[in-house]
Write a protein that binds this ligand. Sequence first.
Ligand code: NAP
Length: 346
Amino acid sequence: MKKSLHVAVCGATGAVGREMLKTLAQRNFPAASITALASSRSAGTKVPYGDDEITVKEMTKDSFKGIDLAIFSAGGSASKEFAPYAVASGCVVVDNSSAWRMDDRCPLVVPEVNPEDLEKHNGIIANPNCSTIQMLVALKPLHDAATIKRIVVSTYQAVSGTGKKGLDELETQVRRLFNMQDIETSAYPHQIAFNCLPHIDVFMDNEYTKEEMKMVNETHKMLDPNIRVTATCVRVPVFYGHSESVNIETEKKLTSAQARVLLAQAPGVQVVDNPRANLYPLAVNAAGEDEVFVGRIREDESIENGLNMWIVADNIRKGAALNAVQIAEALLERDLVRVPNPDMFM
Ligand code: NAP
């Protein structure tokens, strides 16, 4: 087993890439070296890694020689273009974009949900969409106990889900509006400050957005293809932390008390559910934390076997960087940092 890896963080200057470097350092990931890659725009700039700074290099197809593991968060087109070269160099890729998620050759993994799928990787492991990750970490123990038949989810997603440009747009709009100045919109089609947009990613032929269909398709790939899923994804003026209202219908009856016990024992979950004391999960409390927080657990009185709950997590952390680093840790533990067929994606 490789005890120490040469690691590249691709998209190191972005919202997720910076969190990735922070997470690798915080968790003492056994890295023999860390290479920070981004586009030519930020080559030569520095990014923090623990107490040090690393100089960013431009990502090219030759960047992966001598690298064992590359964690990508550089957007879908950069992943499509460069991940095959990484694999061809013998480097295992963990990819945060949507580029490889539904590719049959690539397992889509949340370590608390389907770590066994790592065993069949071919060089690229996909990290799911942030909204799907937090939902499935919470629903996995309930599915194991009572078999979920249907999920109805509405999301309240932070602007950091759009990266640096989303964070900048909310901050600038709030400041300008308080100063009675006109605002501009570029990251979103409408004003995001003091507003909610029922529109994340592009609209599809079936009238859903691509973000909504990611939640459907990724749940089928990772948890169970038989679960019926319907989603409404909404962008809200919150900087960090996605919140979700989730309704499930199960085959077997689960009381809210039973669900609370199952969730309290589940890896990666923290139950915050004492409404009488005004205690329930909040985005501002989840920001910067590793756990998926679940609360407002209650039986759906409109159907026989149903539960409602409120699920919150830091979209940049468990929704992206932490999940990717946990995948890397699981690969290392299972001695799976190797590429079976370097030419598979060329
Ligand atoms: P971001 O803040 O806009 O950062 C994008 C990063 O990608 C920057 O480091 C940028 O480098 C780099 N990049 C862009 N084009 C590149 C190219 N052609 N070659 C090399 N590097 C390139 O975006 P983000 O929020 O971190 O998201 C990055 C990826 O993670 C996206 O695929 C996104 O879908 C995914 N993701 C994001 C979240 C989230 O909550 N934000 C959650 C899950 C997954 P420069 O500085 O040089 O421009």
